[in-house]
Design a protein around this ligand. Sequence first.
Ligand SMILES: [Fe+2]
Ligand SMILES: [Fe+2]
Ligand SMILES: [Fe+2]
Ligand SMILES: [Fe+2]
Length: 458
Amino acid sequence: MGIISGQRFKVILPDSRLNELISYIYAVRSAILTASLKRVDMKRIVSVNLGNLVLSLSDAMDLASPLLSQHQQRTAFIVWELGKIAKLSDERMENNFIAALLHDVGALSLEEKIAIHNSEFEYTDKHCIQGERLLNKVPWLEGTAKIIRFHHKKWQDWNESIETPLVLDSQLLFLGDHIERSINRNQYILHQHEDIISKITSLSGSSLHPQIVDLFSIASNREEFWLDLVSPRLYSLLLNEGPFRKTEIEFSNITLIAELFRNIIDFRSRFTATHSSGVAAAASILSRIFGLTEMETKLLEVAGNLHDIGKLAIPNSILDKPGKLTKEEMAVMKSHTYYTYAVINTIGGIKHIAEWAAYHHERLDGSGYPFHCKADDLSTGARILGVADIFTALAEDRPYRKGMSREGIVQILKQFSEGQLLDKKIINVLFENYDEIFSYVTEKQSVAREFYEKQVAL
Ligand SMILES: [Fe+2]
Ligand SMILES: [Fe+2]
Ligand SMILES: [Fe+2]
Ligand SMILES: [Fe+2]
């Protein structure tokens, strides 16, 4: 016999019932403990270093051509060096640095990026306006959006004084970008740096404020400046010594950054303008119905938003081709998920998101690409994303065909399921909840389409 008492009660129980109750209390306690451990683990899993995140995404944007490789990182290095000489505050320095790392975010196609890169001054404002609009969607990046808006504005076109922070910051970025584009990548840097210095000096008082050119004269004196600038190890220099004030980034900001990059990926082509939005929505609703946890569902949404980030390395001529790809073009296309993996994995701390995102063209029998994973390598998250990608793609218009009807989609997915290429259980969940899933995905895609039409299609 045992007695259990609280402030307002007293219960007398036989021993058998008491033991039952004690084991129940232990079971509840351990469930609470496990749950809190899981929460802690999940927090650890999604803890991401800010520097690595911004650098990795900046690097991804410049993957598309050797001509552009590290363009934004090099620009950021120059802005940072000049900011040090100008003794900018830590906060302003970080802001300018991140702005430089993302400054051409509004140039959506590879072709546009190359045209801007090769032009002396004949640029268009388009990528500056688009960049500002895209970054304004992330409250944490609003300060950088304004600098990006004016990164091609010449000094003579400003009416404000150089003491105005926005003017100085934009002029620093103007200079960094201009120097980087002046470098001949086929020539040793110390055989050309004097020419670059004279070219920049000649812009003093017209495109550049003399104070900005003075800062550059101090920095450019040292060979070290030039050697660091073109060093293949620049990424780790910027990561380890760059002006990042805080290191950890909250999960809500990771979600917003994933949405920003989703837009950069999708808006490259009218046909894919809402593709990743659709995949993220399909992955998240499938995950929820399938019974994954709320956190796993959120992470799968991030993976869905980023699954095609490797397409930043693919030219628009292939992405938008109004017909079947040739063998050579397909070989280029197959690299996109390889880059998706590399970019997300480089961010660090979210390897599982990298795998879910990058395995969406893998098939259970090993016939997918480019990793040729087999069933055992493909986790539930990766399988959900594989189904979400193909479901969304079949429903969308493409340059070579119209979006398919429900019957057509079901028929194709059945073939994938019966051929044991995609997960049968997930496809069945999709069939059983088709209307709910279809309307959820369509709703999310129409929100993305509205933003695309209003804000970006200038
Ligand atoms: Fe630019
Ligand atoms: Fe640029
Ligand atoms: Fe893909
Ligand atoms: Fe896709």
